[in-house]
Every structure is written in structure tokens, then in C-alpha cells.
Design a protein around this ligand. Structure first.
Ligand SMILES: [Zn+2]
Ligand SMILES: [Zn+2]
Length: 348
């Protein structure tokens, strides 16, 4: 098989060829149809996340061994199964749920695998989808998407799921509420597209790129502003928004969210841009605000999401198909903010 791998942190991916792996036990071997290119692939290739004030969390510390194959928005077809693979057949297709836990801890048993302390995420801890084949540890992680285009389905494993899970962490809204979405990049646009499937609230988007604001309105946002239009934003939301989702994750964006939610509001940080936030502590109790994180999503949420998409309840994520050989170019385009929607790599 041909895999585009991180061989050295901070360097370009390299093409490496290997014999196809053989699935054992519960494993299945999947021939990859498509793999989306996600922002976190950039962090994985760089080898660290910026924690702010000069602090970093490195992948080496987190146990990632080189070389490894990134890519976690994967669709494909089962081509071989282990002896104990259970209810799966060769030829079955699906989205692969990549946020796999250890399977043994309390979080995993309660099916909150993203809270597992010893995860086995595909494309981060185990080899991922920038390849033509992948070993998946268990067939239960294959989620059927019906007759959708596999390239269209792929980004739901991360970009779509991340947005959906964040939206689900907002308490029930009414049609008078505002939900603020900060950052209309790939995941933010999904948040806008999926919002009406989860909430009744109106959606106000904040992004400093005018073309992204236009896309936000096309995707169904009620309003879209630059962060500089703070007075206009306040005029629209009145006493404040019910919730803000920060799909960027910079100190300024989270701070902006905190300043725009009303008493009892919630700010959900999703983006991993990096940095550290100075927080005025008395305002946290006095305003009863919640600041919480949301990391990707759970298998049950991916199944719910795929059901929403299959019945056509939401507009689909815009994608751009590219040959997998362009993986490095795709990553640098994403790094430079040149990508609208999602690049999906197709094995050649
Ligand atoms: Zn991702
Ligand atoms: Zn676990």
C-alpha cells in the first residue's frame, strides 16, 4: 500500500510503500475511497500544539511514533476481515469513526471514547487515511452512509462531527435565542449548516474574512459580521447570546465569545489554534457563565449525524476532490487559509 507519512515533525509528508497489512482478531482492512484534509493534520505534522506563553504539548510526549500516516476523515470499503470481526462483510462501505478509545476504561465502557485517557485515534495514534488502505480495530467503527458519494461523506468523521457535537453541548434554545459561531472555516461552516438540525436559535457568525462571511450567509446564518463590528453585533444580540462556539480557539476569539454571551450563557471552545487566555474570574460566577471544551464527537453522534445527512435534512459540506499525491500541497493551502470548504484526497 502507498501511504503519505509524517517521517519527521515539521517536514513534508513522504510517500512510503508497504505490503498490505492483514487484519487479525476484530480488525478489518478497508480500501480507502477518500480522506479529508483537516486542520489538526497540520498540528500533527508539525508535531505540537501551542499552549500559549511558550508552552507546547508535543506529539512525541503523547506517544506518537514516527513514521505515521495522518488523516482521520476516511471512507472506504472492507476488503478483508479478521477471524473475530463480527457483523461485517467484505464489500461493506462506510465512514470510519476515527476517535477510538482503549475500550477498557470507564469512559470507553460508557461510550464516551473521546474522554478516554489512552486513545487510539486513527491518523494520530494509529495510522490514518492518507493512504490507500487502513486497518480499523473493530467493524463497529464503520458507519454506513447509504448511497452518498464517499468523498462527500468523508468530512463528517471530523469536520461534521466536531460541529455537530459542539452544537449538541448547547442547552435547548428557542427561536428568540442567538447562537454565535466564531470562525467560518471548514468546521464553522458545518456548524452553520447543521445548526437548524439541532437548534431553533438564530445564528450570528463572526469572521474577519469577508468571503467567509458571504459563505456563512449562504450556508444559512442569519447574520455575519467582522469582529470589528462589535457595536452592530451588540445591537443585534441585545443582552447577549445564549451560546458561542469558538471554532478558532485563539485567546481573542474565546474572549470575544465570553464578552457576547448573556448571563447563564455557555462558550464552547472547539478550535485548536492555540494560545492562553487571561480570564477575569469574578465575572465567571457573577455572570454564571460556562466555559467548556468540545473535542470531536462520539460514535453515537456520528451515527445520528449520518442519519440527518442521509435524509437530506441539511445542506452538505462543500468539498474539493484532489489526488492523494497532492497531500503536501493541500496541507500548505490549508495552512495559508486558501481553502474554502474541505479538500478531500482520493487515492490514485
Ligand atoms: Zn479533524
Ligand atoms: Zn478508554
Amino acid at each position: 500500500m502507498k501511504s503519505y507519512q509524517v517521517v519527521d515533525f515539521g517536514k513534508q509528508l513522504e510517500l512510503r510503500e508497504y505490503d498490505n497489512p492483514k487484519p487479525v482478531g476484530k480488525e478489518i482492512l478497508v480500501k480507502i475511497s477518500a480522506c479529508g484534509v483537516c486542520h489538526s493534520d497540520l498540528h500533527l505534522a508539525d508535531g505540537y500544539f501551542d499552549l500559549g506563553e511558550g508552552n507546547r504539548i508535543t506529539l512525541a510526549d503523547r506517544g506518537t511514533k514516527l513514521p505515521f500516516t495522518p488523516g482521520h476523515e476516511i471512507t472506504g470499503t472492507v476488503v478483508a476481515i479478521g477471524s473475530d470481526a463480527g457483523n461485517v462483510n467484505i464489500g461493506d462501505s462506510g465512514i470510519i469513526f476515527p476517535w477510538i478509545g482503549c475500550g477498557n476504561c470507564e469512559a470507553c465502557i460508557e461510550e464516551n471514547e473521546t474522554l478516554c485517557e489512552a486513545p487510539k485515534y486513527l491518523g494520530a495514534r494509529l495510522d490514518g487515511g492518507y493512504s490507500d488502505y487502513i486497518i480499523v480495530p473493530d467493524s463497529r467503527y464503520l458507519v454506513s452512509y447509504g448511497d452518498m458519494d464517499p468523498a462527500v461523506a468523508a468530512p463528517y468523521a471530523c469536520s461534521g462531527l466536531t460541529a455537530y457535537s459542539a452544537l449538541k453541548k448547547i442547552p435547548k434554545t428557542s427561536q428568540n435565542d442567538w447562537v454565535i459561531i466564531i470562525g467560518a472555516g471548514g468546521v464553522g461552516i458545518n456548524g452553520i449548516l447543521l445548526s437548524s438540525s439541532v437548534h431553533n436559535a438564530k445564528v450570528l457568525v463572526i469572521d474577519n474574512d469577508s468571503s467567509k462571511r458571504e459563505q456563512a450567509i449562504e450556508a444559512g446564518a442569519d447574520k455575519a459580521f467582522s469582529p470589528d463590528d462589535i457595536e452592530e453585533i451588540r445591537n443585534v444580540i441585545g443582552i447577549g447570546a445564549k451560546a458561542a462556539i469558538d471554532f478558532v480557539g485563539r485567546p481573542e476569539t474565546t474572549d470575544l465569545g465570553l464578552s457576547l454571551v448573556k448571563k447563564g450563557g455557555i462558550v464552547i471552545v472547539v478550535g485548536l489554534y492555540g494560545g492562553s487566555l487571561k480570564l477575569s474570574l469574578p465575572l465567571v460566577p457573577m455572570r454564571s457563565v460556562t466555559l467548556r471544551g468540545s473535542y470531536v464527537g462520539e460514535l453515537r453522534e456520528l451515527k445520528e449525524l449520518v442519519d440527518i445527512i442521509k435524509i437530506g435534512k441539511t445542506k452538505l459540506i462543500p468539498i474539493k476532490k484532489q489526488d492523494m499525491a497532492t497531500a503536501n500541497q493541500a496541507m500548505s493551502d490549508l495552512r495559508e487559509g486558501k481553502v474554502n470548504g474541505r479538500i478531500v484526497l482520493i487515492p490514485n
